[in-house]
Design a protein around this ligand. Structure first.
Ligand SMILES: CC(C)(COP(=O)(O)OP(=O)(O)OC[C@H]1O[C@@H](n2cnc3c(N)ncnc32)[C@H](O)[C@@H]1OP(=O)(O)O)[C@@H](O)C(=O)NCCC(=O)NCCS
Length: 172
């Protein structure tokens, strides 16, 4: 049994560690060690995640089991734009990660429902995201949850400009 809660300041260091580890485990095999290292350094540190947790335009949800072991996390970010995403009423599902041990067990589905509730609460009519064009499992998961591809955008990992599919889900 797991619960989903909003992150607090006390979660910053764990969020940095968990976020870096799940990114590494998901994508290290498909990136050079240098690009991976540069990305992890630019995206994750206790200070960076503390700032994210405190930012009013970012919402951070974490999934924990009864022993407070982390199973996953999601972050929504308002104010970012991408071509093919409506300018008004859209919010980005910025990060969405479930620890490998919990894949295929419904944790991600619960986290997605919580993310959609969060987006609706913030008045959004559309939830959108970027997912690596080579990340077939995540794309399949997002399609199951009402997202469809509307375009592409560049996501730079270290020095490597990669192509993300932009997917969108209408919340109404
Ligand atoms: C994306 C993620 C959150 C989905 O959670 P999950 O528990 O794995 O999701 P599910 O098992 O419910 O759904 C995945 C679907 O992809 C399918 N799948 C698995 N491997 C696949 C592959 N290589 N290609 C295509 N589909 C695949 C599964 O069969 C399943 O579909 P089904 O339920 O119809 O059988 C999780 O896999 C994850 O955290 N991955 C690593 C991080 C990541 O990629 N995050 C997204 C960044 S944009």
């Amino acid at each position: 049994m797991t619960v989903i809660r909003n992150a607090t300041d006390a979660d910053a260091a764990k969020l940095a560690e968990f976020g870096a580890r799940t990114f590494y485990e998901s994508f290290a095999a498909d990136n050079t060690p240098e690009d991976m290292q540069r990305h992890l350094e630019s995206a994750f540190s206790p200070e960076k995640q503390l700032a994210e947790i405190r930012a009013p335009d970012i919402e951070t949800l974490i999934v924990v089991d009864p022993e407070e072991r982390w199973a996953g996390f999601a972050q929504l970010r308002a104010g970012k734009r991408s071509a093919a995403v409506p300018q008004q009423g859209s919010i980005e599902l910025w990060r969405f990660y479930v620890d490998k041990a919990w894949h295929g067990q419904g944790i991600a589905a619960g986290l997605m429902e919580a993310a959609k509730r969060c987006a609706r609460r913030r008045g959004a009519a559309t939830l959108w995201l970027g997912v690596w064009e080579r990340n077939a499992r995540a794309q399949a998961f997002y399609r199951k949850h009402g997202f469809s591809k509307v375009g592409s955008q560049v996501f730079v990992v270290g020095s490597d400009p990669q192509t993300d599919d932009v997917m969108l889900c209408r919340l109404t």
